[in-house]
Design a protein around this ligand. Structure first.
Ligand code: ADP
Length: 497
């Protein structure tokens, strides 16, 4: 597709989540904020997302566009409807009641079991994404680039390869390599893929179908959500068996794999305008942060005194997030006078451990199991320190929220945490870059030592203000990432057919 610099790029952004309606983690936030930032930068973006009940209810006024009568294999027929969100940005809802209109999460039922037909639900999403990006599209709009996100849409580049070859270029973004979408090889026909796709240079991964591998094999470009994670996933330790393929793609031609750091949605996450917190503030009115601290303490029933540091944590309660490290460190932290405010859900055993800790330390450890967006905002604003000791972290949003809220994070130096948090040392304090605290070994001792350093700094108000302001001074918004994605889209256009 020949394209002059003046041509307005058309992007189809395919995603299984869209905040605030359907979100299990950072991908939902990214899918709302990045397309909006791209549209703001002048691109024409359409976001393809399943018609989940929350979205259908939110957009009752949507316009029916077309039917996809025969998606192929055992994929169910679907309809596409359209919602104009703002200039340059539209939603395309993939409506298939039997697939997407259910009570429960996007991937699991209410008991936490994967939906048995996920292979067909996200096969359909991927297939329709490919269809809309091809010359066979039933729409009168065709993108230059199809941007796929995580395994749920990553089969689309395989469909472009095997079923719709006259098509847009494709980009596959890895938001988390740990989730790959693995299914039995026997489902190939149901997915409408040819037997030849079940090959080492196709969708096959150790005898199964891997949606994510399909996207990594067939996407014209690959991205992940931070430069450090882009390096880490090329190593066996973080590569989940895909590091060989990722190294190959990284080293090919000019390099097909890049890391682009996520931004945060500053319309939602700005302490100066946040309506979920007790007292808005900015870097010049940090004293007001105390009011949020008091409100948080009151809401969670914590005994707070001026000299008791309040540590916050919001995350999926999983080994990835280092939840076990914090659980182990919690009694020591409390013994040293700290208070803990924890919000999250995940692993049942660790959830129970948190509940026991809260019961054993009333007024000192407060735990809320569940998903609570307003409380997440209040924790970011009210805590003194934020804990995020992830074992691996593709990008991480919460540490950026913390930095923007003047709540210095204590993090493990990995992935996006390493790219955003500058450990406080005499040198980084002197050059004005120190904005938090980091440590390397994934151990409770290392976490405790980093928290200890942070608390020493916290007790010195002048030093603390400098660290807080360093974090708040940087622009954490999506502008820079949007420019990098736009450059990437242009760079892969020669691949469009
Ligand atoms: P991940 O996507 O790996 O879960 P991120 O830090 O990238 O982690 O993004 C997590 C997102 O989900 C953030 O917006 C965070 O505030 C939010 N979040 C996670 N757990 C909860 C919770 N229990 N309640 C409210 N928001 C949560």
């Amino acid at each position: 597709m020949a394209l002059s610099d003046a041509t307005r790029l058309r992007i189809l952004f395919a995603t299984p989540e869209l905040a605030p309606w359907v979100k299990t983690g950072g991908l939902g936030d990214v899918s709302a904020a990045l397309p909006a930032a791209l549209a703001e930068a002048g691109l024409e973006v359409r976001v393809l997302v399943p018609g989940y009940p929350a979205l259908l209810a939110a957009f009752a006024q949507r316009r029916a566009l077309v039917q996809v009568e025969r998606p192929g294999g055992q994929l169910l027929p679907a309809a596409i409807s359209q919602v104009a969100l703002r200039p340059g940005l539209e939603l395309l809802l993939l409506e298939c009641p039997a697939c997407y209109e259910r009570h429960g999460g996007p991937y699991q039922d209410r008991t936490g079991r994967d939906w048995a037909d996920n292979v067909l639900r996200f096969g359909l999403l991927s297939k329709v994404a490919a269809l809309l990006a091809s010359r066979d599209t039933p729409l009168d709009w065709r993108p230059h680039v199809l941007h796929c996100n995580d395994w749920q849409t990553a089969l689309a580049p395989a469909y472009l390869r095997y079923r719709h070859p006259a098509a847009a270029a494709s980009v596959t973004t890895i938001h988390n390599l740990a989730f790959q979408g693995l299914f039995p090889a026997t489902r190939l026909e149901a997915l409408d893929l040819p037997a030849s796709a079940m090959a080492i240079d196709g969708v096959e991964f150790h005898g199964r179908i891997s949606f994510l591998k399909a996207g990594l094999q067939h996407g014209d470009r690959l991205t992940t959500v931070s430069p450090t994670y882009a390096r880490e996933i090329c190593e066996p330790e973080h590569g989940f068996g895909l590091d060989g393929l990722l190294r190959y793609r990284r080293d090919r031609r000019g390099g097909d794999l890049v890391g682009i750091l996520n931004g945060i949605d500053t319309r939602e996450w700005d302490p100066a305008t946040d309506r979920s917190i007790a007292a808005p503030y900015n870097s010049r009115s940090l004293a007001l942060k105390q009011l949020n601290r008091a409100a948080l303490g009151e809401r969670l029933g914590l005994d707070l005194a001026a000299d008791t540091p309040l540590l916050g944590m919001i995350s999926r309660i999983t080994l990835q997030k280092g939840a076990d490290l914090v659980i182990e460190a919690a009694p020591t932290l409390v013994a040293r006078g700290a208070r803990l405010a924890v919000l999250g859900s995940g692993d049942a055993t660790m959830e129970a451990a948190w509940r026991e800790l809260a019961a054993a330390h009333p007024g000192r450890i407060a735990v809320r199991i569940g998903f609570d967006e307003p409380l997440a905002h209040l924790i970011e604003a009210g805590a003194d320190l934020f804990l995020m000791p992830s074992r691996f972290e593709p990008c991480g949003l919460n540490q950026m929220y913390s930095l923007a809220y003047g709540t210095p994070p204590v993090v493990r130096a990995t992935g996006g945490l390493a790219d955003t948090v500058v450990d406080c040392t005499p040198r980084s304090l002197a050059d004005g870059s120190a904005n938090g605290f980091s440590f390397a070994p994934a151990t409770t001792e290392a976490l405790l030592a980093a928290v200890e350093r942070a608390l020493d700094a916290w007790r010195d108000v002048e030093t603390w203000r400098r660290i807080q302001r360093n974090g708040m001074a940087r622009d954490w918004g999506w502008g820079q990432a949007a420019r990098q994605y736009a450059d990437l889209y242009r760079s892969c256009l020669p691949a469009a057919r």
